[in-house]
Design a protein around this ligand. Structure first.
Ligand code: GRF
Length: 191
């Protein structure tokens, strides 16, 4: 699931293709027509479905469309790789323990929007990113993996975001591999 540039989506596809991660990215869902993630999927040859939230009755209806798409594709794990919509229990309950999100802060600090701006405003000297299981409370599910980066004196949003993103591109595949092993061990993966 992606809403923006899709750099995390692409990092995950590449890690699966080069054998770092024992998984296949079978489907991308985007909510913004023409977003970078959609263009990356076309270039990478990954099936991409547009589900425009503006055409859905409400958040629950959007999530029900996603659940149906994931069930049709028989996915084992759902990854929110820059999904800029709040998800509802419709999706969370259908994929409980199999729905993960990447967030650009060291949770539990700086939940919600503009985590990087929040970190700069707070004056922290260490920032980072977190991959966590998704639960009903936004950015509050069980933490799977984290990576830290320094905040430098001259940093602005762009420079700090770039440093965090380079760690995200390493962390997200690592967390998906962890989940693949967990799901395999628990017999939840379909093959
Ligand atoms: C990432 O920084 C992620 O932490 C946040 O959204 C951003 C997505 O970036 N949730 P991209 O679309 O993967 O480039």
């Amino acid at each position: 699931m992606a809403s923006g540039s899709g750099s995390n989506f692409e990092a995950l596809v590449q890690a699966c293709r080069n054998g770092q991660v024992s998984a296949d990215v079978v489907q991308l869902i985007v909510n913004n027509p023409g977003c970078g993630a959609q263009r990356r999927a076309e270039r990478l040859g990954v099936s991409c479905q547009l589900v425009d939230h503006r055409l859905q009755a409400n958040r629950a209806a959007l999530d029900q469309t996603l659940v149906s798409a994931f069930q049709s594709a028989a996915v084992d794990l759902v990854v929110m790789a820059g999904w800029m919509r709040i998800v509802t229990p419709v999706l969370i309950e259908a994929y409980r323990g199999r729905l993960i999100n990447i967030h650009p802060s060291l949770l539990p600090s700086f939940r919600g929007v503009d985590a990087i701006g929040q970190a700069l405003a707070a004056g922290v000297t260490v920032a980072g990113c977190t991959v966590h299981l998704v639960s009903e409370e936004v950015d509050a599910g069980a933490i799977l993996m984290q990576a830290a980066v320094p905040v430098l004196g001259h940093d602005d949003r762009d420079s700090l975001a770039a440093r965090i993103q380079s760690q995200e591109h390493r962390l997200l595949p690592a967390a998906v591999q962890l989940m693949a092993l967990r799901l395999d061990a628990s017999g939840l993966a379909q093959g």
